[in-house]
Design a binder for this molecule. Structure first.
Ligand code: ATP
Ligand code: RIB
Length: 301
């Protein structure tokens, strides 16, 4: 069993399901609204835990009901929350998720406490990182804290996984040099490398660019087409499972969490772990919401 520490965001997601996206200035009736656990970091931790990893979390909540609710939900998951700080006079992260009947989604995020996660706080939980097989990070918490976490990981021989989401134009080379495995989706890959991933040869070009910046392994998630990989000169695509998607929210997060629970830190089972993670995400896309849609290990048979 892998020991995984996720550093990242905790959000309360407020979602609406609508027949279609409204145009600017238009008012339309929607099908339903609901609240559920979310945040890229928390979703990835939930996926890692449900899919078999011993999971620890480093993050921040505010002093409010949303923070209380998220702590209760993550405690029920049996994730170690000793690295979660409650910040005074700050609100917990919130995301407003709009999903249309054709499966399209838009997300608006209010970072709140997530944006105040400081390197000092990460340092005070260095022991969690040092005892892990994998440390996993995204871009919904400050960059300097992620860099600090990855420095501590590398000093202790811990493998690092970066999910560069939401997309940024440029990642500091300092962080890429500390990254063993990077997993962007197609849009994030294009923004990061300037290369549009229209076919496999373009994916290979994008991977070469990311390798040249210091990253050992590159995966690109391709939605319903599966996942591209590039590692030690070998490349390929592991196809997705054919399912009918109704809400892809947290598909990427499920993939990342699943992979961190299954992948050996020496990457010797890479394609098997990708297949496992594609399978997990294919279940997530058939359900509504972020954390409620993430499957448990016994559902993957
Ligand atoms: P999101 O932001 O919607 O959470 P993402 O853009 O980060 O997702 P994707 O590349 O869309 O990530 O999907 C991640 C993984 O989920 C894919 O590699 C694939 O395994 C699975 N997946 C996504 N969409 C589908 C689908 N329609 N059918 C089957 N599997 C899917
Ligand atoms: O990746 C999905 C997540 O992105 C949602 O749960 C929302 O909180 C946003 O952070």
């Amino acid at each position: 069993m892998n020991n995984v520490t996720v550093i990242g965001s905790i959000n309360l997601d407020r979602s609406i399901r609508t027949p279609r996206m409204a145009k600017g200035g238009e008012t339309i009736h929607i099908n339903e609204s609901f609240s559920a656990g979310g945040g890229k970091g928390a979703n990835q931790a939930v996926a890692a835990k449900r899919l078999g990893a011993d999971t620890h979390f480093i993050g921040a909540i505010g002093e409010d009901d949303a923070g209380k609710m998220m702590m209760e939900l993550l405690t029920e998951e049996k994730i170690d929350l000793s690295g979660v700080e409650k910040l005074l006079r700050t609100s917990t992260g919130q995301a407003y998720v709009i999903v249309s009947d054709d499966g399209e989604n838009s997300i608006y995020v209010l970072g709140g406490a997530n944006m105040q996660l400081a390197p000092k706080h990460v340092e005070s939980h260095a022991d969690l990182i040092a005892a892990s097989n994998w440390i996993v990070a995204q871009f919904e918490t400050p960059l300097d804290s992620t860099i600090r976490a990855f420095e501590i990981a590398k000093q202790n021989g811990v493998a690092t996984l970066l999910n560069p989401a939401p997309a940024v134009d440029e990642i500091p080379t300092e962080l890429l040099k500390l990254t063993d495995l990077i997993i962007p989706n197609e849009t994030e890959t294009e923004i990061l490398t300037g290369i549009k991933v229209t076919d496999e040869s373009q994916m290979q070009k994008a991977a070469v660019k990311l390798h040249s910046l210091g990253v050992k392994a590159v995966l690109i998630t391709l939605g319903s087409h599966g996942t591209f990989y590039s590692y030690q000169g070998e490349t390929g695509i592991v196809p997705a499972f054919k399912v009918k998607a109704i809400d892809t929210t947290a598909a990427g997060d499920t993939f990342i969490g699943a992979l961190s629970s299954k992948l050996k830190p020496d990457l010797s089972n890479l394609t098997d772990a990708i297949r496992f993670s594609n399978r997990a995400s294919s279940i997530t896309v058939q359900r509504l919401g972020a954390q409620p849609s993430i499957p448990y290990l016994n559902e993957l048979d």
